[in-house]
Write a protein that binds this ligand. Structure first.
Ligand code: F6R
Length: 615
């Protein structure tokens, strides 16, 4: 999904800054698309191709490799979110041909790269990386050897690619242009006076120009400092495209543009969940082998996490216990040392942390390791501290999360834990085969299910928010799987809308908390399945009798719950693994809109930091 690419071509003096510096800044603006490695290629005034690239984040790599010092009139850059090949110096983009004259940056996945690479290797090409992208410069080199021009070689290469791609290519033999192609992955041209940009997203060049041309799927061409040439396929050949009516001016600031038109990162990230879950599930099968082996063998499984990651851990523990039949429990990271004493060889500790840097969780990993347990990290950031120090690592592919409140990293964490529980259940035979298949099929439907939940319930969440703004307190109640979801819903409301929200097991609510209920006190119920229905109904009645304002997030099949409350969020009925992922979405939306109605900035709640590296 992610990765950011950029290309700049300019006539001398038009941009008045060194090209290396311009590309570095542009990549920085695309950093939200990925940041595990970074690099650029520039053709210097002497006609030499300079490639600088490395694993690591932009600021560090750019200082280390002196990005700002390199100058020229044409260059391309890339910030990476690893898909094929681990983050490393050789796998960082740009990639070049055998003789180092053609450089390519790519966002997307070339699905038939193995076949193409085998063919090229047979023809004597030397590959140095494990990426899918490297086939492109070698293909172009191959076509050029047969006598084609660079542009013809580029077109012929693109014709052979299957999958998703946004490509930017430079060649020392044509140092006045950047070749580009769009197949699914986004690409936009920034049109300047004496220069042109090509990039994955508008923020990359917004500092220099607001005039843009968004490329359509299937288009390719080249840009020079003063010209754009665009073509698309027409039958068996390529035909020029008249794009004059498509050039437009954007009114965005750099920050607005990075939010893709959403007013806040948090809302953007809520809306990105279908994609984030789809990418995470697509990348899982290759990663889980050793992890499933360890879980199958484990005597006890302990999940540790902080905040939202703790709530995901609780869902993971419930799924591992109830679906896979393993002894599993979840502990808050900062409390872990009180619980890890009896842990030893034969036990597995799963550390859940989107950032991979939360110190409390890292300390729990160290303690578990010292005691001989096998440690497994679940993180969204490749090669961060927790995965680095754990025995095994598994990654969500949510893309960078910028809003301080975790949203898409939560749903992707739960999706991974649900998938693991199902794979363990399959291996142990703890559920019938048919049931495992049914639950995995439900997980695979999640992207479309989450998209429809957002579409159906966003307006209702906004209406709820307009009343929630005048509430000082709220209860979030649920049983079983619904309890960690209630806890996460309460945390979201608390941290971004500053409403004091408390989650409780629904059955426990009458043992104390009910004393607080008075007219209009919000009580938000969550239920996942039919087993919750009857029991929850009596909890709802207890609250209604005391004039609480009652709300419920429950499957459409649970009429006894949905009919009993003042506001109902009718959810698609799902098996428990998928429901554990999807049912948080209305809660996220309620919290977001309540914060906005209060005039707060949900992206930057007071007193909070995205990554907590102090105990
Ligand atoms: C809540 C939130 C925090 C984090 C917690 C752990 O919205 O974002 O509670 O979940 O600080 O962070 P990670 O997952 O990076 O370990």
């Amino acid at each position: 999904m992610a990765c950011g690419i950029v290309g700049v071509v300019t006539r001398s003096g038009a941009l008045r800054r060194r090209l290396g510096l311009i590309i570095r800044d542009s990549l920085k603006r695309l950093e939200y698309r990925g940041y595990d490695s970074v690099g650029f290629a520039i053709i210097t005034a002497e006609g030499k191709l300079v490639v600088r690239k490395s694993k690591g984040m932009i600021d560090k790599v750019s200082r280390k490799l002196g990005f700002d010092e390199v100058d020229g009139l044409v260059g391309i850059g890339h910030t990476r979110w690893a898909t094929h090949g681990v983050p490393s110096d050789v796998n960082a983009h740009p990639h070049t041909d055998c003789v180092g004259t053609i450089a390519v940056v790519h966002n997307g996945i070339i699905e038939n790269y193995e076949e193409l690479r085998d063919m090229l290797v047979r023809r004597g090409h030397r590959f140095v990386s494990n990426t899918d992208t490297e086939v492109v410069p070698h293909l172009m080199e191959e076509f050029k050897r047969s006598g084609l021009s660079t542009y013809e070689a580029f077109r012929r290469s693109v014709e052979l690619l299957e999958g998703a791609y946004a490509l930017a290519v430079i060649d020392v033999s044509t140092p006045d242009r950047i070749y580009f192609a769009r197949g699914t992955s986004p690409l936009v041209i920034g049109i300047g006076d004496g220069f042109n940009f090509i990039a994955s997203d508008i923020p990359a060049f917004l500092e220099y120009t607001r005039k843009i041309l968004v490329l359509h799927d299937g288009e390719l061409g080249y840009v020079t400092a003063s010209r754009i040439h665009l073509e698309r396929r027409s039958g068996d050949s390529w035909a020029p495209v008249d794009f004059s009516g498509r050039v437009r001016l954007v009114e965005w600031t750099v920050e607005m543009a990075m939010k893709g038109g959403y007013p806040h990162f948090m809302l953007k990230e809520i809306h990105e969940q279908p994609n984030a879950v789809a990418s995470t599930l697509a990348g899982l099968e290759d990663q889980v082998g050793a992890v499933v082996d360890a879980l199958v063998k484990a005597e006890n499984i302990i999940l540790v996490g902080a905040g939202t990651s703790y709530h995901a851990s609780r869902l993971g523990a419930l799924l591992l216990s109830n679906v896979a039949g393993k002894m599993a429990s979840a502990i808050i990271s900062s409390e872990a040392s009180w619980h890890l004493k009896p842990v030893g060889e034969g036990d597995v500790v799963i550390a859940v942390s989107q950032s991979g840097e939360t110190i409390d969780t890292l300390l729990a990993v160290r303690e578990a390791k010292e005691r001989g347990a096998t440690t497994i990290a679940l993180s969204n950031v490749v090669d961060s501290a927790i995965p680095r120090e754990s025995d095994l690592a598994i990654y969500t592919r949510a893309g960078p999360e910028i809003g301080v409140a975790a949203t898409k990293t939560f749903t992707t964490q739960v999706a991974v834990l649900a998938y693991l529980a199902l794979r363990v259940a399959e291996r142990l035979g703890s559920l019938g085969r048919g049931r495992v298949a049914e639950m995995i099929a439900d997980l695979r439907r999640l992207p479309e299910v989450i998209a429809s939940i957002i579409a159906i319930h966003e307006a209702r969440a906004r209406r709820v928010a307009s009343r929630m703004v005048s509430c000082a307190n709220a209860f979030y109640l649920g049983r079983g799987y619904a309890l960690p979801i209630a806890m996460e819903g309460a945390l979201k409301l608390k941290e971004i809308a500053y409403v004091h929200a408390e989650a409780y097991p629904a059955g426990e609510s009458k043992h104390g908390p009910i004393a607080l209920i008075e007219e209009g006190f919000p009580v938000v119920f969550t239920a996942l399945g039919s087993h919750d229905g009857r029991l929850l109904r009596s909890n709802i009645e207890e609250m209604r009798a005391r004039l609480a304002w009652t709300l419920a997030v429950a499957p459409a099949t649970l009429q006894e719950v949905l009919r009993a409350v003042d506001v109902s969020f009718r959810m698609p009925p799902l098996t428990e693994a998928a429901a554990a992922v999807a049912y948080i979405v209305p809660h996220q939306l309620i919290a977001y809109y309540t914060a906005v109605r209060k005039g707060l900035d949900p992206d930057k709640p007071r007193n909070l930091a995205k990554t907590v590296t102090v105990v």
